[in-house]
Write a protein that binds this ligand. Structure first.
Ligand SMILES: N[C@@H](CCC(=O)N[C@@H](CS)C(=O)NCC(=O)O)C(=O)O
Length: 222
């Protein structure tokens, strides 16, 4: 199997963390797809041309970070450490966080973060999206997903945290927005990174980019 990733991308970080955490390098080869996602070969494998993409030996593939993380855990995480096998209620809560992250949280980051990657974002929308993070999403993460626990619905990290946690790095591209992020969210983010040291070389690429970003919106007030 080959895991095609963009090393700087927060969407790839959770899958990379699983490979490192479960020591899967002999079964899953990590391929840097930077600059290759729009090639005919890549599009033949994944017409959505996105990473992470997991390519099987017959050249078929699955993409979407949550689907790839679930697959890697179903196949290799025999003890259910990162994605429970027996406790279906706990598994359901993790699935909910994964779905919410993709359907709701990640789209609400668009105007706040994508200017770092050369996209023409709307500054008023960035403020509106950040207001929603502050008034709706962060309180829900803290009071419902975490609710006194170290990680989402758990005192040990799962793929829910690998999906959600690494996205916070993106917020550092707008310095004055990041200052306002609640301490509880920042502490949660740090706990996720600390739990997966093998992911750090990849997270650092995005962290460096976000912290050094000085283009449009970098100094905007939230
Ligand atoms: N919902 C997808 C998002 C994946 C995604 O947007 N990947 C981007 C990088 S952040 C990508 O691979 N872009 C390359 C391209 O479109 O050519 C997931 O969770 O995997």
């Amino acid at each position: 199997m080959k895991l095609h990733v963009l090393p700087i991308s927060a969407n790839s970080h959770g899958c990379l963390a699983i490979i490192k955490h479960l020591s899967l390098e002999s079964s899953v080869t990590i391929v840097n797809a930077m600059g290759k996602t729009r090639t005919p070969e890549f599009i033949a494998m994944n017409p959505a041309h996105c990473c992470p993409t997991l390519q099987f030996s017959d050249d078929s593939a699955i993409w979407e970070s949550s689907a790839v993380m679930r697959f890697l855990c179903n196949k290799f995480d025999e003890k259910g450490e990162l994605y429970p096998r027996e406790d279906l209620e706990q598994r359901g809560k993790i699935d909910m966080v994964l779905d919410w992250r993709n359907s709701t949280f990640y789209p609400d980051l668009f105007h706040i973060v994508y200017m770092m990657f050369g996209v023409d974002v709307d500054e008023d929308m960035a403020k509106q999206q950040f207001k929603k993070l502050m008034e709706v999403h962060f309180p829900m993460i803290e009071s419902s997903f975490l609710n006194g626990k170290k990680f989402c619905y758990s005192d040990t990290p799962t793929i829910a945290d690998l999906s959600l946690g690494p996205l916070m790095t993106l917020l550092k591209g707008r310095k004055k927005f990041w200052e306002k992020v609640p301490e509880g969210i920042k502490e949660y983010y740090e706990r996720v990174l600390e739990a997966f040291p093998g992911m750090m070389e990849y997270v650092k690429l995005l962290d460096d980019k976000a912290l050094s970003y000085d283009g449009p919106g970098a100094d905007a007030e939230p």
